[in-house]
Design a protein around this ligand. Structure first.
Ligand code: CAA
Ligand code: NDP
Length: 284
């Protein structure tokens, strides 16, 4: 399978990172979001990251310009007609993802692979709304995408071996390490990470310690680069809550129940770094 043209759906923190690493690796990238301003925000993040690389001598101005020139704007899903692979990175919501995949299935050529960067939603269930479940796969990048080495490559029930191979090869080409995972809620990464974060939120909720103390214990005691509450803010509290709900519903064990404090913060619109406030307050 020859992959040259990549379409990324969603120009948020993950979609913009995925578009950047694809363009850096030489792929032609169509970056799609529902509104112009969301595309512009994503492109601004990419431009800032590349400018930092130039400043640090890792890239030349020419290379930066070439990478940016490989990314084109899209606000219409119809642009999937030109893509060899679509990587969907819209919000963590099954209805929205299924609606996007239904449309992609109708628009994209028969050879196009439909990948999702979902954090936890079942690949098989997303694939089921298409007429090509063998070409649907999970390609789960980690945040921040330009820095983190891992991509979980998740096979849905019907994913074809050749599709898995093509995505594993592309992952390598992006300079990332792919790990093969089967389709269970939260895969490996979030099945282990999110209960830890949720427990840290419970510790705060129950008054075991302050948020700073909880983060310090995990940073200095366990050598985590970020404390769990800082990491939750970094991921996005809406995304954290969605993942916990999917683990709870999908695995049916009460140990995965989301902490009420997490629900409360999301209901208040305190979504973490991206909204300016979560467990901590951020300057824009
Ligand atoms: C929810 C899911 O489905 C799955 C997930 O993604 S879970 C989240 C997984 N990610 C993590 O756990 C991240 C944990 N945190 C870290 O690893 C680190 O704190 C970090 C890499 C984010 C920042 O590292 P740091 O040493 O504290 O800060 P800093 O020195 O500013 O950054 C280190 C490098 O990363 C780069 N960087 C940091 N944040 C970045 C970003 N958002 N985008 C691009 N590059 C970034 C910096 O430019 C810097 O690069 P150089 O050293 O080459 O100049
Ligand atoms: N945050 C993280 O650490 C990680 C997240 N993920 C997954 O990646 C996906 C994206 O997360 P993240 O980037 O953090 O979220 P963001 O909220 O930063 O970005 C999502 C983007 O998708 C846009 N969007 C929403 N609906 C559509 C649509 N129908 N078509 C096109 N674009 C749409 C959003 O627009 P609007 O603002 O209007 O909603 C927004 O710009 C989620 O599935 C998440 O679970 C995976 C790994 C790590």
């Amino acid at each position: 399978m020859n992959i040259e043209k990549v379409m990324v759906i969603g120009a948020g923190q993950m979609g913009s990172g995925i578009a950047q690493v694809c363009a850096q690796a030489g792929f032609t990238v169509i970056l799609n979001d529902v509104k112009d301003e969301f595309f512009e925000r994503g492109l601004a993040t990419i431009t800032k990251n590349l400018a930092r690389d130039v400043e640090k001598g890792r890239k030349s101005e020419d290379e930066k310009a070439q990478i940016l020139a490989r990314i084109t704007k899209s606000t219409s899903i119809d642009d999937a007609r030109d893509a060899d692979i679509v990587i969907e990175a819209a919000v963590e919501n099954m209805e929205i993802k299924q609606s996007i995949f239904k449309q992609l299935d109708a628009i994209a050529p028969a050879h196009t692979i439909l990948a999702t960067n979902t954090s936890s939603l079942p690949i098989t269930e997303i694939a089921a709304v298409t007429s090509r479940p063998e070409k649907v796969i999970g390609m789960h990048f980690m945040n921040p995408v330009p820095v983190m080495k891992l991509v979980e490559v998740i096979r849905g029930l019907a994913t074809a071996d050749e599709v898995y191979e093509a995505v594993a090869e592309m992952t390598k080409h992006l300079g990332k390490t792919g790990v093969e995972v089967n389709d269970f809620p939260g895969f490996i990464s979030n099945r282990i990470l999110l209960p830890m974060i949720n427990e840290a939120i419970y510790a705060l909720y129950e008054g075991v310690a302050t948020k700073e103390a909880i983060d310090d214990v995990m940073k200095m005691g366990m050598n985590h680069p970020m404390g769990p509450l800082t990491l939750a803010d970094f991921i996005g509290l809406d995304t954290c809550l969605s993942i916990m709900e999917i683990l709870h519903e999908g695995l049916g064990d009460s140990k995965y129940r989301p902490c009420p404090l997490l629900r409360k913060y999301v209901a208040a619109g305190w979504l973490g770094k991206k909204s300016g406030r979560g467990f901590y307050v951020y300057e824009s």
